[in-house]
Design a protein around this ligand. Sequence first.
Ligand SMILES: [Zn+2]
Length: 107
Amino acid sequence: MKIIRNNLLPVGRQYAAINLFGMLLIKHGVRVTPELINHERIHSAQMRELLYLPFYIAYLAEWLVRLAACRGNCHEAYRAITFEKEAYRHSGDHGYLGRRRHFAQWR
Ligand SMILES: [Zn+2]
């Protein structure tokens, strides 16, 4: 996984990294842990099976719906996105991607 350190993305202090088409943007000073890498690899698997662009559209659409449901609480809305729930649930399980089923975020 290609990692690019920068000062701009992701926006927001509570976010450590953003995965753009399998490339990881991480702010300077953020510690890269095996769990973070695994979390982002799970997102890469989600992206590949949705052919990338539909992943971002579905992700953004779900975030907006969750944002309304969470009454503007951005972090709560973010953690409720199905793609994030799968990635957080399995970020500590380094064998997960080997046995992950397709579209597991919606199962
Ligand atoms: Zn994530």
